[in-house]
Design a protein around this ligand. Structure first.
Ligand code: PMV
Length: 363
């Protein structure tokens, strides 16, 4: 597939006004994407678990207008969010070549998240993928109903991931699940820089219904925006080695997924999280995105693992919150441990239990 495949032929149908609604989850990367080039293209391949509970629910109301610029309003939880509109405008500019209808309609975008806005959980992956699903849902109604390629569900999901990527790179991995690769990798069939693809090989039962409890250490806005963070990789002296390491880690995961080797999984996933943060510490200017409680949690997880032989581990996004990952067979004991020993390190004791899911769907 090339970008040309996402430019549609002239639309054959005309709709005056209607509405579409989709929900799409967040995802948590196991091998991280950090560093990009060109138009939202990743410097290395990444892979993530798609989540279930942390999601955005978006309704797109649209009505025909005479041509001209974009016309849209954004509502979050029922309130107009002018703050989001520059980001959406940038997104519309990027997707316009692939969605020629975009300046022919007036849009109202109504969105809500199942997780609190001020939780420090990035809503861009779920939000951008839900909006991309809505736009593709609308486009499928404008396209020739007899055109099999354009009406094919697989193609539409691919296009949604392609568009979501233009809003936020990691959003490309939220359309499908439970394991999604984004970024061309020679060992992963079908993988592409343009969109996310469901991991195509055998995955051991140890990884089914994998759990992720997100510990909310810091609920403040991100200290460093991802745009700034990705840009810092351009001058990071370790960038080249990091991109190579990410790709070799992804290759290593293929046999780990096949055999269900959780010890190797833990070592790889924790190292990935720390490398992401190491990149931030080695940037100029440098940042430490972990908080003291992030380290206390990591230390407790290591202590618990040693004491109980549990296969719980952690990963991090570009912030202070900790994602606690564990197989579903350990659900009870790990959730007890979180409640008893980790929740004290969370802001207001808050955390969110989640597990792997299958991606976006209509509401
Ligand atoms: O999707 P962005 O541009 O916000 O980048 C996010 C990157 C990380 O969340 C830090 C890692 C990843 O691969 O999801």
């Amino acid at each position: 597939m090339t970008i040309q495949d996402f430019i549609p032929p002239p639309y054959t149908k005309m709709i005056e006004n209607a509405s579409v609604s989709y929900q799409s989850p967040s995802n948590i990367a196991l091998v991280k994407y950090w560093g990009k080039h060109g138009e939202q293209l990743p410097q290395n391949a990444s892979i993530s678990f798609t989540l279930s509970n942390c999601k955005s629910e978006t309704t797109l109301d649209f009505e025909k207008k005479t041509k001209g610029g974009y016309d849209f309003k954004v509502y979050l939880d029922g309130h107009r969010e002018k703050e989001f509109e520059p980001k959406i405008e940038k997104f519309f500019n990027r997707v316009a070549p692939y969605l020629p209808f975009i300046n022919e309609y007036r849009f109202v975008i109504k969105t809500q998240n199942t997780f609190p806005h001020s939780s420090g959980i990035a809503s861009s992956a779920s939000g951008m993928s839900a909006l991309a699903m809505c736009l593709v849902g609308l486009e499928s109604q404008l396209n020739d109903p007899k055109n099999e390629r354009l009406q094919n569900k697989q193609y539409q999901l691919q296009k949604a991931s392609f568009l979501a990527r233009l809003g936020s790179g990691s959003a490309a991995r939220s359309i499908n699940g439970p394991l999604v690769v984004w970024g061309a990798h020679p060992k992963i069939k079908g993988s592409s820089d343009l969109f996310g693809t469901t991991y195509p090989y055998k995955v051991h039962d140890n990884f089914s219904n994998y759990h992720d409890t997100i510990l909310l250490v810091d609920k403040a806005e991100k200290q460093v925006s991802s745009t700034v963070g990705h840009d810092l990789m351009h001058n990071n002296p370790y960038a080249k080695q990091r991109f190579e390491k990410a790709n070799s880690n992804l290759e290593q995961l293929i046999s780990i997924f096949e055999t269900g080797d959780l010890d190797s999984f833990i070592a790889l996933v924790e190292s990935e999280a720390l490398q992401l943060h190491a990149m931030m510490m080695a940037s100029s200017p440098y940042f430490i995105l972990m908080k003291p409680n992030t380290l206390k949690i990591i230390d407790s997880i290591w202590g618990f693992r040693k004491a109980t032989n549990s296969q719980v581990c952690f990963t991090l996004d570009a912030g202070a919150n900790v994602h606690v990952l564990y197989p579903s067979s350990e659900r009870q004991q790990v959730q007890q441990f979180i409640k008893n020993e980790l929740s004290i390190f969370c802001k207001d004791g808050s955390y969110i239990d989640d597990f792997t899911g299958t991606g976006a769907s209509t509401i």
